[in-house]
Ligand binder design. Sequence first.
Ligand SMILES: NC(=O)c1ccc[n+]([C@@H]2O[C@H](COP(=O)([O-])OP(=O)(O)OC[C@H]3O[C@@H](n4cnc5c(N)ncnc54)[C@H](OP(=O)(O)O)[C@@H]3O)[C@@H](O)[C@H]2O)c1
Length: 281
Amino acid sequence: MHVLVTGATGYVGSAVVRELIGAGHTVTGLCRSEEKAAGLKAAGAEALYGTLDDLDTLRSGAAAADGVIHLAFTNDFSDFEGALALDLRAVEVMGAALEGSGKPFITTAHANGHAVDHAVLATAERGVRASIVSLAPSVHGEGDRGFVPMMINIARAKGFAAYIGEGTNRWPAVHRLDAAVLYRLALESAPAGSRLLGAGDEGIPLREIASVIGRQLNVPAVSITSEEAADHFGFLGPIAAFDITSLYNTAQASRATRELLGWEPKQPGLIADLEEGHYFA
Ligand SMILES: NC(=O)c1ccc[n+]([C@@H]2O[C@H](COP(=O)([O-])OP(=O)(O)OC[C@H]3O[C@@H](n4cnc5c(N)ncnc54)[C@H](OP(=O)(O)O)[C@@H]3O)[C@@H](O)[C@H]2O)c1
C-alpha cells in the first residue's frame, strides 16, 4: 500500500515509517522542514510539506494514498483544547477525502479527544476502514521524551525516586517498535470501527518504576503522600497518582487487540528497557 503518515518525523511516527517500509509498503510522510524531509528521504519515504493547518494538503495527500496513519499532534499542554481542535479538523478533512473508498484510516486517541474519536468512527459509517489506536501513556525505547524520562529527571533533581502511597497504581506501557507494528497491522487488517489498545505491559505498579529508577540513579525509592505529590512531581502529579489501567480496561482491551490483529509485542517491557541503562546515559 502507499501510505500517508502524519507525524512521520516524530518519535512514534518515524518507527512506523520504518516498519511500513520494512514490510514492503511505500510511504509519504507529512513534514514541515527541509531537515525533516531529508530524514524521511533517508528512511526511504517521500516527503509532503505541510502542517495540520494545511487542509488542502491533508485532503489531497489522503486522497492520493491507499491508506492514512495519523500520528501528528502538537502536544501543546498549554493549549490542549487548541491541539484537539486542530486534530479534529485534520481528521474530518482526511476522513472526508477517504469516504466511500474502503481505505484504512488509522488515528491516535488522546485524553479528552472524544469529539475526534467520534468523527473518526463516523467515517467508518461512510465507507472508510477507520480505526483508533490508544497508545499506553508510556511509549518507551531509545529517544523517549515522555513521562518516564520526566520521572527520571525529577528523581535526579530531588535525590530520590518517589511513588505515592503504596505505589500500587499501575501504568500500561508499550515499546515504540511494538507500537509501530501495531499501526502496520491496523492498516493492513483492522475492521472499520475498531478501537485498539497498544499496551505491551498491561499495568506496571508505579513503585516498580520508581524502584528501577532509584537503582539506576543510585538514589532511594521513597513513598510520598498524595499531598506531597503536586510539589514533587509538578504537573505530572495527578498522572503519577492515577491507576491508568482503569481508563482503558487494559487487560481486556489489550487481549482483544492482540486477538483481532495477531499483534504480539516482542520488545523488552518498560522495566527491562529501564534496566538496559540507555535512559540514564
Ligand atoms: N510518546 C509517547 O509516550 C506517547 C504516549 C501516548 C500517546 N502518544 C501519541 O502518539 C502520537 C505521536 O507521539 P510522538 O511521541 O511520536 O510525538 P512527537 O515525537 O512529538 O511527534 C509529533 C509529530 O507530529 C508532528 N507535528 C506536530 N505538530 C504538527 C503540526 N502542527 N503540523 C504537522 N505536523 C505536526 C511533528 O512534526 P515535527 O517533527 O516537525 O515536530 C512530529 O512528526 C501523538 O498523538 C501522541 O499524543 C505518544
